[in-house]
Design a protein around this ligand. Structure first.
Ligand SMILES: C[S@@+](CC[C@H](N)C(=O)[O-])C[C@H]1O[C@@H](n2cnc3c(N)ncnc32)[C@H](O)[C@@H]1O
Length: 197
């Protein structure tokens, strides 16, 4: 913890240019870390700015690539990200990456099992991203929906390349009268966008 604090102090004032350079350097390990594609991450950034989001919840931090894009936008909106990861190694790497980006002050990275942790977190959220193990998506959706404000959004990743595994979840977001769901056309891996009515 002290080391991370020293690193961020030595790095000087926050600069988005430096944060973007760190995100770029993370791309080399993207496959190993199961990170979203840059196009999807950039959509998270734009959406956070458009909604002027102040509270974002991410389920599945990995090493912080998608979280880093949210955090960069939250630096501008004055908001905060809570992100949850179950794997200690990936969580530790995410903490280092957030520190190197200079965004640790807007990120609360929790090492926890999201299946129990999400129930403990108080809403409301403007944005929730589900990007953990696929059979759990429906459970996360049910846990997250009451914590999203009206006009807020639940995003879910891999709706195209994991569509078979996600069938029960996809059926729910297409038919649930509580949301209006669309899909990000340009997403290669697939991204659902469910707007809470
Ligand atoms: C696809 S990766 C997330 C990628 C990340 N969103 C990004 O784009 O940089 C999924 C992550 O979810 C984590 N995960 C799976 N089940 C989880 C659970 N029950 N609680 C917390 N994290 C979980 C995995 O350990 C893995 O690191």
């Amino acid at each position: 913890m002290i080391l991370l604090l020293l690193v961020s102090l030595l790095a000087g004032p926050y600069s988005e240019q430096r944060a973007r350079a760190v995100l770029e350097s993370m791309r080399k390990d993207a496959r190993r870390n199961m990170s979203v594609d840059p196009a999807d991450a950039q959509f998270f950034y734009r959406l956070t700015l458009e909604l002027k989001a102040r509270r974002v919840l991410e389920i599945g931090t990995s090493t912080g690539y998608s979280g880093g894009w949210f955090a960069m936008a939250l630096k501008k909106t004055g908001g905060r990200l809570i992100t949850i990861e179950i794997d200690p190694g990936r969580h530790a790497e995410a903490l280092k990456n957030f520190a190197a980006m200079g965004v640790s002050d807007v990120v609360e990275a929790r090492l926890a099992n999201a299946l129990t942790e999400v129930a403990r977190i108080e809403g409301p959220f403007d944005i929730v991203l589900i990007d953990a193990w696929k059979p759990d998506y429906l459970r996360y959706y049910e846990l997250a929906l009451p914590k999203v404000r009206r006009g807020g959004v639940i995003l879910a990743h891999n709706t195209r390349n994991a569509a078979f595994e996600l069938r029960p979840f996809l059926e729910r977001i297409r038919t649930d009268p509580a949301v209006r769901t669309e899909f990000l056309a340009e997403s290669v891996q697939g991204l659902s966008i469910s707007w809470k009515k």
